[in-house]
Design a protein around this ligand. Structure first.
Ligand code: ADP
Ligand code: ADP
Length: 229
């Protein structure tokens, strides 16, 4: 379970300009599809339609055959997890940030998620660096570390569907590589939609969709797209 389908989806924010112009694709359960394309092409709009922040103009977005219009916001949020571009943390401990919204999570589960995302050292720290155990100000969390906290949160949530929205775009190359390992871990076995600027970051996707001005310009595996260039 965990199939996402877009069926001939048209969408615009205002009637003067079409944003998505007949988009069809499917992410099969456990599969990975990447949407790449220039800024403004409509990539983030696709993720907003999955969360039903907006309704499609025409066509359908379904999850496991069910129109997202017929799924409650609450169950959508259970089923779909997202690692956003910019992680905003609460001014509370990293551990609290990881466990937020999961009151039933045990301490061991939170610690394991923190381990896997490589933020276990920060678990009792506030994002701005204050250590709540020893009362000392340590290092502030960097952008990459905050991103790993968001990944830990997603590991704990374990949603069947995952959206990675340019999850490493705000980071330098070294940090990006570190995070990629955590992202690979969290996306293993889950239906994953990756939104990316560059083809080079989504080499392993089952299908890559190149979006240009709201239409699918090209699609295929990384190898196929490299050949057609
Ligand atoms: P991408 O993620 O590919 O950069 P987006 O999906 O964010 O593109 O945006 C696609 C187009 O829709 C852009 O031209 C953007 O300016 C426009 N857009 C995005 N959000 C809104 C909005 N809330 N209202 C009006 N236009 C929007
Ligand atoms: P949780 O169920 O993990 O407590 P939330 O209810 O805060 O999560 O959000 C559910 C999902 O929706 C999360 O994966 C979150 O990243 C995503 N989400 C929340 N707000 C936004 C937003 N403004 N844009 C995109 N995704 C969002």
């Amino acid at each position: 379970e965990g199939r996402i389908r877009f069926e001939d989806v048209h969408f615009n924010y205002d009637p003067t300009r079409g944003i998505l112009k007949g988009i069809s694709f499917e992410v099969p359960p456990g599969g990975t599809v990447a949407i790449v394309g220039p800024s403004g092409a409509g990539k983030s709009t696709i993720s907003r339609l999955i969360f039903r922040f907006y309704d499609v103009g025409s066509g359908r977005v379904t999850i496991d055959g069910q129109d997202v219009r017929d799924i409650t916001q609450e169950s959508l949020r259970q089923v779909v997890g997202m690692v956003p571009q910019d992680t905003v943390l609460f001014n509370d401990t990293v551990g609290y940030n990881i466990a937020y919204g999961r009151p039933s999570a045990s301490r061991a589960e939170v610690e394991q998620a923190a381990e896997l995302a490589q933020v276990a050292d920060f678990i009792r720290m506030l994002p701005d660096g204050f250590d709540t155990m020893v009362g000392e100000r340590g290092l502030k969390l960097s952008g990459g570390e905050k991103q790993r906290v968001a990944i830990a949160r997603t590991i704990l949530k374990a949603p069947p569907i995952l959206i990675l929205d340019e999850a490493t775009s705000a980071l330098d190359t070294a940090t990006e590589q570190e995070i990629q390992a955590s992202l690979d871990y969290v996306s293993k076995g889950r239906t994953t939609l990756v939104i990316a600027h560059r083809l080079s970051t989504v080499i392993n996707a089952d299908e890559i969709i190149v979006l240009k001005e709201g239409s699918i310009a090209e699609r295929g595996t990384h190898g196929e797209l490299m050949q057609s260039d």
